[in-house]
Write a protein of this length. Structure first.
Length: 151
């Protein structure tokens, strides 16, 4: 399998067709595809952290990762995202998975559990509601530190 570039439109189309519980994203910093021969078997979409508390300019976030079930595709994509983010100068990369998911792929790629959200629905201070068509269960945040603190 090989990693290659993919447009956000094509990555979002793959997500729309195959992701179990998330819809396409609004935007991205970059997206990559994972190819087995000429067949697209997975995508990763990386952007700014969704949480403003993590958005320090040096943290990237995998906002969507989706495969067709090809063995080891998820961990290959998580590993590639970390390598690309490091090359681009990011200090860390993070992602969230549902509490009901086991995290085997993200752990296999060398990421570490960094926290658990409370879950629930978000709303804005002006009273407007956010989307509620996506899972609201607690999520586990996994992080891969890309630059040692001494650097």
């Amino acid at each position: 399998m090989k990693v290659g570039p993919i447009t956000l439109r094509a990555a979002n189309q793959f997500v729309a067709e195959l992701h179990r519980h998330h819809k396409p994203t609004q935007g991205h910093k970059w997206s990559i595809g994972l190819y087995n021969e000429d067949r697209l078997v997975g995508v990763a979409i990386v952007g700014r952290p969704v949480s403003r508390y993590s958005d320090d300019g040096l943290t990237a976030e995998v906002t969507r990762l989706c495969t067709d079930g090809t063995k080891n595709a998820c961990s290959a994509l998580y590993g590639a995202c970390a390598r690309i983010a490091k090359e681009m100068g990011y200090h860390r990369i993070q992602t969230y998975i549902l509490e009901s998911e086991n995290g085997a792929s993200v752990k296999a790629a060398g990421w570490k559990l960094d926290g658990i959200t409370q879950g629930g629905q978000w709303s804005r201070s002006d009273g407007s509601k956010r989307r509620t068509d996506q899972p609201t269960e607690p999520k586990h945040r996994y992080v891969r530190v890309l630059v040692s603190e001494s650097q």
